[in-house]
Ligand binder design. Structure first.
Ligand code: VGL
Ligand code: ZN
Length: 262
């Protein structure tokens, strides 16, 4: 029996955090479950591992089995990179994994600088400077690393949104590339179905989950992030992402354990 998508504010009243649910009302329907980048490349053993990344799989699968009727739609995003993608440290001599480098783009989203084969001479000037974290080669188009994790529940009617396949710009959010130059099809797919709320899960909490949630909220969806159905790359990044999301109006909820609200 489905009890609706409960969204409650937990009130912690003791050191043991005994939490009492305070109902703030069900999420406006239709509700989409959004599963970000639960791919082989992002779990330990993959090319760009998120610590504990595989632990989200039973939580996401459990949300589907317990609350399946409450989700009108399930969307999976898939990081889907060119083999020589600009976000790979291997493309930038002298740089290492997890370094941050500045990438300059013109107003059309062309890459203006760098040793990348995609850089062009921007005669119209530099319009956007992006700080790009450099990653190990990961989630390359049509490789095992880019496939959804074999233990993740998928259904034939799930929608799949691929991102990051423009070689010269990264795309953390499932809605836009990092420069905001181009949209994916996600907003259009959601709007076509009248979706009003997003329940976001997956990897990595401090990158693709957070960017997607911030864009979702900005685009007008009631946006919820399921913290225990997500894992981040660094604790500092997770702390910052949670604070940024909450400041933007995203609601952080739990699927399991003390204070769970789903
Ligand atoms: C991601 C780093 C690089 C993510 C994608 O899914 O969070 N992180 N590409
Ligand atoms: Zn990526």
């Amino acid at each position: 029996a489905s009890a609706g998508v409960f969204l409650r504010v937990s009130v912690c009243v003791s050191v043991l955090c005994v939490c009492r649910g305070l109902t703030v009302g069900p999420a406006p329907r239709p509700v989409a479950l959004v599963v970000i980048d639960v791919q082989n490349c992002f779990v330990p053993g993959g090319e760009n591992p998120v610590p504990g990344g595989a632990e989200v799989i039973p939580v996401v699968n459990g949300l589907r089995s317990r609350y399946g009727a409450d989700f009108d739609l399930v969307v999976m995003s898939q990081d889907w990179h060119c083999a020589d993608h600009v976000s790979f440290a291997s493309q930038h001599p002298g740089y290492s994994d997890y370094d941050v480098m500045q990438l300059d783009y013109n107003s059309q989203g062309a890459l203006c600088t760098g040793p990348s084969p995609y850089a062009v001479n921007c005669t119209d000037g530099i319009a956007h400077a992006l700080n790009q974290t450099l990653w190990p080669d990961h989630c390359v188009i049509n490789t095992t690393g880019a496939e959804f994790h074999p233990q993740l529940t998928t259904e034939s009617e799930d929608l799949v949104v691929r991102k990051g396949y423009r070689c010269e710009v990264d795309s953390y959010s499932a809605f836009y590339d990092n420069g905001g130059f181009r949209q994916t099809e996600l907003d259009g797919l959601l709007r076509a179905r009248g979706v009003r709320s997003l329940v976001i899960t997956g990897l990595a909490l401090d990158f693709c989950v957070a960017y997607t949630a911030l864009d979702g909220q900005r685009l007008g969806y009631d946006t919820y992030v399921v913290q225990d159905a997500a894992r981040g790359i660094t604790q500092a990044g997770v702390d910052r992402a949670l604070a940024d999301m909450q400041a933007a109006g995203v609601t952080v909820i739990q699927a399991r354990g003390v204070g769970r609200v789903l």
